[in-house]
Design a binder for this molecule. Structure first.
Ligand SMILES: C[S@@+](CC[C@H](N)C(=O)[O-])C[C@H]1O[C@@H](n2cnc3c(N)ncnc32)[C@H](O)[C@@H]1O
Ligand SMILES: [Zn+2]
Length: 313
């Protein structure tokens, strides 16, 4: 049997919530899974050949997440380092949360128990792998529904495991099991986020600032930021979380045509507009002979802890 990633062993069965602590057992006829995990109740789940655990068995809702083209655009764009300041800031904030005496994780008891960092809608696990890399005892779990993203996430870092799961469902992890929860431009499920955070655990939630990619919205037809979005987020957090801080990270990026196309493709626009059409739109707005334009990248990072009155006990 293939070795199961230690982060995957922390998961619970999505059917009966028992620990997924045993190998799937003698394989039946050869299937797509190369290995698997099973709970005591006999529910079995494949670890796909590309290395992620598929816990979507039986999930009725059809969500497919980002396409292969969107994921490739994300890999290419993030690989160029334009969002490196966000990556560095998240690694720093997560590191501070994990190191805080009396805070998240086993920082107090110097046991060998790992610190668990969970990223929801993790895509390629670009941010999660950086956070985990900065903490030698941390394990990362990347959750997504997109197969091409999960394939990348599973290979992103030796201490990151990848799981196919729809975030709208109850999450397959025990109460108070997560030290740092990351959500970067991804769907949320605040009741589950609250349930999973350990006392002292920290949620790092990144949403687009008002002027994020503002220069591209008209020319490329990018989906705009809904004006009520921040108020809605505050409402969602209220009662469940106490916001510790909110900071905005803004950068002006000078981007060439290929990078502009990647940037548009890796966001929601990529679900309905292809690269050729985006390139055509760009050519129409760039000044004659122009090959680059300046674009604002703006990220709001909210740092929150579970509200004390809801502490699970
Ligand atoms: C805008 S991307 C952000 C990816 C990553 N956080 C990053 O910033 O590089 C949103 C991600 O959420 C995933 N996603 C969408 N709906 C989902 C769902 N219901 N459950 C889990 N993941 C989902 C998509 O597949 C995609 O990878
Ligand atoms: Zn089960």
């Amino acid at each position: 049997m293939a070795v199961i990633h230690p982060a995957l062993r922390l998961l619970r069965c999505p059917v009966c919530a028992a620990p997924l602590d045993r190998p799937a057992g003698p394989a039946g006829p050869p299937g797509p899974g190369s290995a698997g995990l099973r709970c005591g109740g006999g529910h079995a789940f494949d670890v796909e050949r590309s290395g992620y655990l598929n816990l979507r068995t039986g999930q009725a809702r059809r969500v497919t997440g980002d396409t292969a083209e969107m994921v490739q655009a994300r890999v290419d764009f993030l690989g160029r380092g334009h969002y490196a300041p966000l990556t560095a800031r998240l690694a720093r904030l997560a590191g501070l949360a994990l190191a805080r005496p009396g805070g998240a994780g086993p920082a107090v008891a110097e046991a060998a128990e790992p610190e668990l960092v969970l990223e929801i809608g993790a895509g390629t696990a670009h941010y999660l792998s950086a956070v985990v890399d900065a903490r030698p005892r941390a394990l990362g779990l990347a959750v997504d529904v997109s197969k091409p993203a999960l394939r990348r996430a599973a290979r992103s870092h030796a201490r990151v495991g990848a799981v196919a799961f729809d975030v709208a469902r109850p999450w397959p992890l025990p109460d108070r099991s997560v030290d740092v929860l990351l959500d970067v431009f991804a769907p949320r499920n605040l009741p589950e986020m609250r349930r999973l955070l350990r006392p002292g655990g920290v949620l790092l939630l990144v949403t687009p600032g008002d002027d994020h990619l503002a220069e591209l919205r008209g020319p490329l037809g990018l989906v705009g930021i809904h004006p009520g979005k921040r108020a809605r987020l505050a409402e969602e957090l209220a009662g469940r979380f106490t916001r510790l801080s909110s900071e905005t990270l803004t950068r002006t990026l000078r981007l060439g045509v290929d990078e502009l196309v990647e940037l548009a493709l890796m966001g929601p626009t990529g679900h309905h507009t292809g690269a050729a059409e985006l390139r055509r739109r760009l050519e129409a707005v760039l000044p004659a002979g122009g090959t680059a334009m300046e674009v604002t990248a703006s990220f709001v990072i909210d740092r929150a802890q579970g509200a004390a009155e809801l502490a699970v006990d």
